[in-house]
Design a protein around this ligand. Structure first.
Ligand code: OFO
Length: 165
């Protein structure tokens, strides 16, 4: 049994994961419209991963006997100026998520809630990988700048990403 304040904080973050999914779904559509089919695939996989994150929180809360609340969703941007713009915002978003996961973990520690600490451990590790991937892609995008050939090579590489459930 987790505390009501822990349940509320986890429920709020569960909704934030859904919001993350919506952001990347929109980015996928935007990349597709710009002609970057590979990036569109990459963001679609990212969307699918965020839905997995959302479901992890959902299942944890349900397993803890919590009646979850889906909160009103806010609109997400659907205009980006370039791949560099999208990945800059992706990294910034993931850094925000990392901060939220750290806050949740801190609350679990304060409450001596060991079950939630163990549950959150997966996300602590996941965020290292997420930020690292985004930094790698950003570094490549900065190298090629506006060179069309370079951008298409990166796009082709991004298109190799597959969703692993
Ligand atoms: Fe991108 O890790 Fe969930 O939100």
């Amino acid at each position: 049994m987790i505390s009501s304040s822990m349940a509320a904080a986890l429920n709020k973050h569960m909704n934030f994961e859904l919001h993350s999914a919506n952001i990347y779904l929109s980015m996928s559509s935007c990349a597709n419209e710009m002609g970057f089919k590979g990036a569109a695939t990459w963001f679609m996989v990212q969307y699918q991963e965020e839905m997995v994150h959302f479901m992890k929180f959902y299942n944890y809360l349900v397993d803890q006997g919590v009646n979850i609340s889906i909160l009103a969703s806010t609109a997400v941007p659907n205009t980006y100026s370039s791949l560099l713009d999208m990945f800059t915002k992706t990294l910034a978003h993931e850094q925000t998520i990392t901060g939220c996961i750290n806050d949740l973990t801190e609350q679990a520690v304060q409450e001596r809630d060991h079950a939630t600490q163990i549950f959150l451990q997966w996300f602590v590790t996941e965020q290292i990988e997420e930020e690292n991937n985004d930094r790698d892609i950003l570094a490549k995008l900065k190298i090629v700048g506006t060179d069309g050939h370079g951008l298409l090579m990166i796009d082709s590489e991004l298109g190799q990403r597959v969703f692993v459930p």
